[in-house]
Design a protein around this ligand. Sequence first.
Ligand code: B16
Ligand code: MG
Length: 232
Amino acid sequence: METAKAIEIEKKKLKAVIFDLDGVITDSATYHYLAWKSLAAELGIPFDEQYNEKLKGVSRMESLELILQNGNAASKYTIQQKEALADKKNNLYKELIRQISPADILPGIAAFLQELKANQIKIALASVSKNAPFILHQLALDTMFDYVADAAAVPNAKPFPDIFLAGMQAFGLQPHNCIGVEDARTGIEAIHRAGMQAVGVGTPEEMEGAELVTTTGELRLAMVLERLGMEL
Ligand code: B16
Ligand code: MG
């Protein structure tokens, strides 16, 4: 009986927090939007902020497909042409994100990361963005992360669990000792498929299914532990 209780307590220890980047650590979505908008305008395809919402947490090539579909242009280009279009967008995006600075860290995130570090909880990044290491550098957060998943090396993008599992495996942990923090539906699904509890940053409608729905400004270790039924 006592052994069973001890196992249950062990199962709920929080040992790692695995973060999405865009929309959680910083709002790089604005720059993705501006870069895609420029490309869409060049191609004569309608594109607005509402449509941009569909691209949250979606990989670069899949985002391009969605934009082309919106203009009934998906079959107009060869794979090679699509790769060139995606490169064009990425070059513009890379220019834009050079202006990101530590002032662009979303409210509450720096304090939450400090709390995790102070309590020896591992910190990982599970962003599908191939520009994530550069953005972390611009935010002066690169030394805060114990592991940054390589988006290029992960076979299946979100909503597959691969990128969250990569973070977990890097620390040799089990899913019940890890949680994921996300701002996109596909990301919440990926966290759940990885067997972890999900913290959703956004509105209850957008973050439906997450075990805890909050804002970055409200993220505090004690609150997260209590709401997720975990402990240090
Ligand atoms: P890149 P996340 C995602 O970042 C963005 O939300 C999504 O809009 C973007 O297309 C994707 O990264 C790929 O980014 O073109 O820089 O490789 O939310 O997973 O941090
Ligand atoms: Mg995101």
